[in-house]
Design a protein around this ligand. Structure first.
Ligand code: ADP
Ligand code: MG
Length: 715
């Protein structure tokens, strides 16, 4: 897929071997593509036992006399070349054979006989770069190509202005590539990476700065509070006091709404901190000023739950224009893809006529034919499932750009906020409403305690409460799209020269039957400890009606135990549920576990979360233990980021998440990101169209093209 020199330059080595030091054979991993520098000690040919023909066995050693065996089943042509004393590079998939390392018919490249040591030196100028394995293309051939390229190339356009480069002591772009493809020392590699990491951060921040400035130039209708309006009426009947944090954030939002620039704000907060009420109050104040609000949820379960809880909270305020409804009332409508046509058409009409003050829906809301009379505010719940493009699609629904409030499901580390949501203002809710008792979390990894887990669930139900049981799979034939396993980062060898790419090279987890909703339902029904308890299931492949029915029954208390996939992960709010059992908890990420258990910390009774696992991996147990040890979502979010690939954290759907973050690590490179952000905002403020920075402008245009293409591919 490398089509031009630019592609080639960006195709960076994944690792470097230093021939001057040890190729540490103890560091090898079975089945990994490996390149070693070694010298032939012996070469023996012998007939094969099982088959006709001969076999060549070559023993090579590295500088430290570590041994490795090379085997060739067709020795022809190799015997003459692989003579004792010859040194070269050997590459292939490495295997363990009878307690020694072995490469089966490796590719190799021998150094000049006269002066092998010198050859090593001239070969890669010091370090031997190892590239991603490409069949029939060995790393040294790529290195040869690199020599050719750097010999021919005078310069490449550099998007980072000279002042910034010298200010931050960054090397030029071409030189950075040269340092990475043909390094002499580890310091070269670091210098090259420093430059490219800065580029990544700088490019992203420039895009964000442009978006931010573009928003500032937009005009919209200011939405001012109204005396005697819906918001006042709602506040008067709210069953609780707003927390100090909720009040603060509400005030920030009210200030934004009163502005003639559209609001573009991110509301992030601890699980259960009460983001929905804050959003609802914002929606009501927009209705008070004559506008409409749309609330966008990532799943149907969540959309209909929002619909239920918002209509309940509003009471007769949600029955505007109806008999018995409040005079100042409005209407709340649900709009999802699987609604019967009649209901759906009515919702569409009410949105278009303006009768519906609040329209709640899934991505169906984004579709083109959905029209609003006067859309003043768009609230996007649990945003990390929506891409920037979808956000934009919704914003284009109004006559004027609406105000936008985005809510994240979980707390996010600062650099993530800055990178993914960097074009928005942020508000943060850290405190939970008073009277919440913290959730106690325990890891259950000893099979002796498994049955006790179910007894504990039964006790909780007998005390009048309800329980969730979460499984990683649905359990019918198809793979469950909603419960992908979580990849954990395993490569963090040498921080300084670590180069990690898009390619998933982490070893796949050994296959193990994961618990499924359907099996679990049967198993629990048969469990004597749970005899007589009412069990229902909920998963993504049920029909919308069945899902709705299951949630409704659980909310109404006619179901004791809800066995579900992660469809209940976000937003589900049933205060009477006090215990959650998460099966195969090792299959879930940290933030996901935190989010899941947030479902049982909702009432005033103590929540209990049991993380059931059969994992043997200590690292994974540590991960679960850290979830058990703290309820601080911000701490856990950092930890999550440390352990997972950026792409996973941001989600492939996130704008440029994958394509733009190749070298940058959002935690490690925090300072760099801050710096790049400052630089980018300064440049864009002075030169919004980047007229004086044509190279930067081009780089961004092509990055956005790529992003657009990726978006279209995803559909
Ligand atoms: P999240 O921030 O996770 O979306 P929710 O908005 O779902 O949290 O709120 C969690 C629960 O807390 C809801 O049942 C909500 O009604 C309740 N709640 C919100 N604010 C307060 C408050 N100030 N006092 C008491 N309960 C509150
Ligand atoms: Mg919520």
């Amino acid at each position: 897929g490398l089509e031009d020199v630019g592609d080639f330059l960006r195709f960076l080595p994944r690792r470097y071997i230093d021939p001057a030091t040890t190729t540490d054979l103890s560091q090898l991993h079975e089945d990994e593509y490996t390149v070693v520098v070694a010298t032939v000690q012996t070469a023996t040919t012998r007939p094969m036992r099982q088959r006709r023909g001969t076999m060549l066995t070559v023993v090579v050693t590295d500088k430290d006399n570590n041994e490795m065996t090379l085997t060739f089943f067709k020795p022809y042509g190799h015997v003459d070349r692989l003579r004792p004393g010859r040194t070269g590079l050997f590459a292939g998939k490495i295997q363990r054979f009878r307690s020694s390392w072995q490469l089966a018919h490796p590719n190799y490249e021998l150094f000049d006989e006269e002066d092998a040591a010198d050859a090593i030196e001239t070969y890669a100028g010091g370090l031997v770069p190892v590239y991603l394995e490409v069949p029939k293309l060995d790393s040294w051939n790529i290195t040869k190509a690199a020599r050719l390229v750097f010999h021919q190339l005078d310069d490449v356009p550099d998007p980072v202005p000279e002042e910034l480069r010298s200010q931050h002591r960054l090397t030029g772009l071409l030189h950075a590539y040269k340092l990475l493809h043909l390094p002499r020392t580890r310091a070269d590699v670091k210098r090259g990476l420093d430059r490219l990491r800065y580029d990544e951060a700088f490019t992203i921040q420039t895009v964000l700065a442009q978006r931010r400035i573009a928003t500032e130039h937009l005009r919209t209708t200011p939405r001012l509070p109204r005396v005697g309006g819906l918001l006042e009426a709602f506040d008067a009947r709210m069953p609780f006091e707003l927390t100090a944090g909720q009040q603060e954030v509400s005030a920030e939002i009210a200030r934004d709404l009163a502005n003639e620039h559209p609001m573009h704000r991110l509301l992030q907060g601890e699980v259960g901190s009460g983001k929905t009420v804050v959003a609802l109050r914002a929606m009501l104040s927009v209705i008070d000023s004559g506008g409409q609000a749309a609330l966008l949820a990532p799943t149907e379960v969540l959309a209909s739950q929002h619909f239920r809880s918002i209509t309940t909270m509003l009471g007769d305020l949600a029955q505007g224009g109806m008999l018995g409804g409040s005079e100042i009332g409005t209407q709340v409508k649900l709009l999802t893809g699987s609604q019967p046509t009649g209901i759906r058409r009515k919702s569409l009409l009410d949105a278009a006529s303006g009768d519906a003050g609040i329209v709640i829906g899934t991505h169906a809301l984004i579709q083109e034919h959905v029209q609003f009379f006067d859309l003043g505010l768009v609230v996007i719940d649990e945003q990390h499932r929506f891409g920037v493009e979808q956000r934009d699609a919704l914003r284009s629904k109004g006559k004027q750009p609406p105000h936008v409030l985005v809510m994240t499901a979980t707390p996010i580390p600062r650099t993530v906020a800055m990178t993914v949501f960097g074009d928005m203002e942020t508000s943060t809710l850290t405190e939970l409403p008073k009277g919440r008792s913290p959730i106690a979390t325990h890891v259950v990894s000893n099979p002796r305690w498994f049955q006790r887990t179910w007894e504990r669930v039964a006790e909780e139900v007998r005390a009048g409460h309800q329980a969730y049981v979460v499984c990683p799979r649905i359990g019918d034939a198809d793979p469950d799209p909603g419960s992908e396993p979580v990849a954990t980062r395993q490569d963090s060898s040498d921080e300084d020269v670590e180069v990690t790419f898009d390619v998933d090279d982490s070893a796949p987890a050994p296959p193990r039957e994961l618990r499924s909703v359907l099996e679990m339902e049967v198993e629990l029904q048969d469990n004597p400890a749970l005899a007589g308890l009412r069990i229902a299931i909920l998963h993504g492949r049920m029909s919308a009606d069945d899902k709705d029915e299951a949630m409704r029954a659980f909310a109404a208390g006619t179901v004791d135990i809800l066995v579900a996939t992660t469809v209940i992960e976000v937003g589900v709010d049933v205060a009477n549920a006090t215990v959650m059992v998460i099966m195969d908890a090792d299959r879930f990420g940290i933030s996901q576990l935190h989010q899941l258990r947030g479902r049982v910390g909702r009432g005033t009774s103590t929540g209990l979360c049991l993380l059931v696992t059969e994992t043997e991996s200590e690292a994974v147990q540590d991960r679960l233990n850290s979830v058990a040890a703290t309820n601080d979502g911000f701490d856990l979010a950092r930890l999550d980021l440390e352990q997972r690939r950026e792409g996973d954290v941001l989600g492939a759907r996130q704008s440029g998440g994958r394509s733009q973050l190749r070298l940058l690590r959002l935690l490690r490179d925090e300072d760099l990101i801050l710096q790049a952000r400052e630089d980018a905002f300064a440049i864009v403020t002075a030169d919004p169209g980047l007229e004086h920075h044509p190279v930067l402008r081009d780089v961004i245009a092509s990055a956005l093209d790529e992003e657009q293409a990726a978006y279209l591919e995803r559909g």
